[in-house]
Ligand binder design. Sequence first.
Ligand code: PRP
Ligand code: URA
Length: 209
Amino acid sequence: MGNVHVLDHPLIQHKLSYIRNKHTGTKEFRELVDEVAMLMAFEITRDLPLTETTIETPVTTANTKVLAGKKIGLIPILRAGLGMVDGMLKLIPAAKVGHVGLYRDPETLKPVEYYIKLPSDIEERELIVIDPMLATGGSANDAIQSLKKRGAKNIRLMCLIAAPEGVESVKQEHPDVDIYLAALDEKLDDHAYIVPGLGDAGDRLFGTK
Ligand code: PRP
Ligand code: URA
């Protein structure tokens, strides 16, 4: 069964409070999401395998460790997921980036896929699906399903904020997927918005309404 990891590092929690605040404007919101994504990338990569190497320091020969070269793919769900990509690439610059375009139909609340473009070797990669919000879980479930249909084997999901309903739904549909969150909130409201949440992540990132 996939595990749920709430990344409660003080810097993440501090910045998340400003992200949630309705008085935080687009520029600052975008910068904070970028910073939190970078901090979350630090936590989510804790288990990357290392390999031994030998190097010359100015003093002596030393046996040290470097990343074993596990291939990573970042898969933002358009459009709000885009806001977290650059922050993650600051720490994982060699990652390839695929895109899944989904929007949530405001009437049915069901996700509608309109775009997909992925690295050619997704079956060999550790994929991290990125979306700031996990509300009903419909968008994340569809994106993960799309990746699996195309051969993906190792998938993690990273979100800023989730509702319990979304977490349960992903756990049911994709029990193999580990979920990484900055916060697990209280509930969904009648419009399937996360409470207390941060509002509409895409609109706040891109200044639309
Ligand atoms: C938001 C958010 C997630 C989705 C979460 O996207 O970024 O993708 O809703 O809701 P769910 O868990 O109930 O599916 P939205 O549909 O608003 O599209 P946008 O990113 O283009 O603004
Ligand atoms: N999408 C958002 O952007 N915010 C929510 O609270 C739920 C879905």
